[in-house]
Write a protein that binds this ligand. Structure first.
Ligand SMILES: [Zn+2]
Length: 164
């Protein structure tokens, strides 16, 4: 069997198939979670990811999914490294990721430069109507990483990513 050698582009492309466990519409690439990809000797692949939300149980799931997907691409070793030095922020979402989140009616965490005010947790902009007449309904959404809010203006419940 003749194989072409693996390129970094191939790896990025394959990673687009790996969905975020929190928001399966988005890939880890769309989310900006994958920060770097490198290929070493014997087609070993090293992927660096940044954790989105502190304490998210999804992290291990993501690493396993990446290994599964890339295992189909290379016979080499696949290594997933979590870089805690880089703080994920919504700024790291790709344009496509941002658009898809909006279409899924997910509210983004207020952007904060590392600082989360109580205000940004409570008066979240409604992704349906844009009103800030909203309230935090439950600090614990379906997962640890989401919160449920309720919009008093259009009477819809919506989910928000909890800012880190
Ligand atoms: Zn609304």
């Amino acid at each position: 069997m003749v194989r072409e050698s693996l390129s970094v582009d191939d790896v990025w492309k394959a990673l687009e198939d790996v969905k975020d466990p929190e928001i399966p519409k988005l890939s880890l690439v769309d989310m900006g979670i994958v920060t770097s990809v490198s290929i070493g000797e014997d087609e070993s692949v090293r992927v660096v990811i940044t954790p989105t939300f502190a304490g998210c149980p999804a992290l291990k799931m993501m690493a396993d999914d990446i290994k599964d997907r890339l295992g189909k691409l290379t016979k080499g070793n696949v290594e997933v490294e979590v870089n805690y030095d880089v703080q994920w922020s919504t700024d790291m979402l790709t344009e496509k990721g941002r658009q898809m989140l909006k279409e899924s009616h997910f509210a983004l965490p207020g952007q904060v430069n590392g600082f989360v005010s109580a205000e940004s947790l409570i008066k979240v902009e409604c992704p349906f109507c844009g009103s800030r007449d909203t309230r935090l309904q439950s600090p614990f959404g379906p997962t640890q990483c989401r919160a449920i809010h309720y919009c008093d203006n259009c009477k819809q419940a919506f989910e928000q990513f909890k800012p880190v």
